[in-house]
Design a protein. Structure first.
Length: 90
């Protein structure tokens, strides 16, 4: 499966991210703690969920293994708001 766009809002390390990967090989470069691994985990979950019978939210929980299995632990908190968004286009 090819991912043509990946958009994250307030998800783990990302306040806002909107990327359109190039066809072929893409390289992620950045300092420690900037979200490279989280980006790869989201992409993996999106690709793998198309081969299974589980939903994207459950796959994200299985890949990230947040404490207590609570998907809310993956939200980048800002004040009292507790929502995030992940959109992946194939």
């Amino acid at each position: 499966m090819t991912i043509t766009r990946l958009k994250l809002e307030r998800f783990t390390a990302f306040e806002a991210l909107d990327i359109k990967p190039s066809p072929g090989i893409n390289v992620l470069v950045g300092a420690n703690g900037t979200g490279k691994t989280h980006l790869m985990k989201v992409a993996y979950a999106a690709c793998d969920v198309s081969k299974t019978d589980i939903g994207f939210a459950e796959k994200i929980v299985r890949v990230f293994m947040p404490p207590g299995g609570a998907i809310g632990r993956l939200v980048k908190w800002r004040g009292e708001s507790s929502h995030c968004r992940a959109r992946i286009r194939r």
